[in-house]
Design a protein around this ligand. Structure first.
Ligand SMILES: Nc1ncnc2c1ncn2[C@@H]1O[C@H](COP(=O)(O)OP(=O)(O)OP(=O)(O)O)[C@@H](O)[C@H]1O
Length: 237
């Protein structure tokens, strides 16, 4: 049994004519693996990620988490699973502007409610230190660089110790140095911490660093390539 599976997954938006975002998709995501979803603009990569991450609901097929079909649960049940099991990193950081870095990282822990405030603060500080942001805990997002903001967003994604990290163009807004750093972090989250990392990307350095590359075209999965996980580092010749 895989950690996360799509079975004959589809998403059609009603309309005249209806819009098919994803159709007949089958794939499996394993712990400890770094997977990218690649393909031309508009082929359905983000739609697929939103289905896998229980943000959107399929219109056909199933999303299985630990073998259980969770894709069509109601919004509250999917939100609870997202909070417990998934961490999300988007192209834009979506940090709350009026909150400090530390408060942003603590928010998912406070929402989940398993940790008291002191324990959540200690974990938040540790996650920020791991991200190289010790000393920046009290800064609001507007006082941080783009790379630092994305590292806060990754720390926030890890707040509730998720088994799955899903990224939608997480380096899309970063320069090459910060992109490489994010890719290294994602690889470590998969290989050293045993999480499953799934990333939609146009970024060739991310795709080259992945263990598995899923190719999409016109809403379909058209290829699954298991690759060596050699890191492509654009800063080196
Ligand atoms: N809410 C919506 N209403 C209508 N069409 C939509 C909607 N959301 C997505 N689409 C269409 O569905 C298709 C897939 O979109 P999606 O964002 O998943 O593609 P993508 O591969 O992630 O694209 P990109 O690489 O440009 O971000 C596109 O043709 C898009 O225009």
């Amino acid at each position: 049994m895989s950690l996360l599976e799509a079975r004959d997954l589809g998403r059609v938006l009603p309309g005249d004519p209806p819009a098919t975002l994803v159709t007949g998709a089958n794939l499996a995501i394993e712990p400890g693996s770094f997977t990218t979803i690649v393909g031309p603009s508009g082929c359905g990569k983000s739609s697929m990620l939103y289905l896998l991450g229980l943000i959107d609901r399929p219109t056909s097929g199933a999303v299985l988490l630990d073998g259980e079909d969770v894709g069509r649960l109601d919004g509250d049940a999917r939100a609870r699973i997202r909070l417990e099991r998934f961490g999300f990193v988007f192209q834009f950081h979506f940090l709350l502007p009026e909150f400090s870095a530390l408060e942003n990282v603590m928010l998912p822990m406070r929402r989940l409610g398993r940790l008291g405030i002191a324990a959540a603060e200690a974990r938040g500080r540790a996650l920020l230190a791991d991200a190289g942001l010790a000393g920046k805990e009290d800064k609001t997002p507007d006082r941080l660089s783009g790379g630092e903001r994305q590292r806060v967003a990754i720390a926030r994604a890890l707040a509730n110790d998720p088994a799955l990290i899903l990224g939608d163009e997480p380096t899309g807004n970063l320069d090459s140095h910060n992109s490489v750093r994010v890719v290294e972090t994602f690889r470590a989250l998969a290989h050293d911490q045993g999480r499953a990392v799934v990333c939609v990307t146009h970024d060739l350095s991310i795709a080259a660093a992945a263990d598995v590359r899923i190719s999409m075209l016109d809403g379909r999965v058209v290829g699954v390539e298991q690759g060596g996980s050699r890191m492509a580092d654009p800063t080196r010749p």
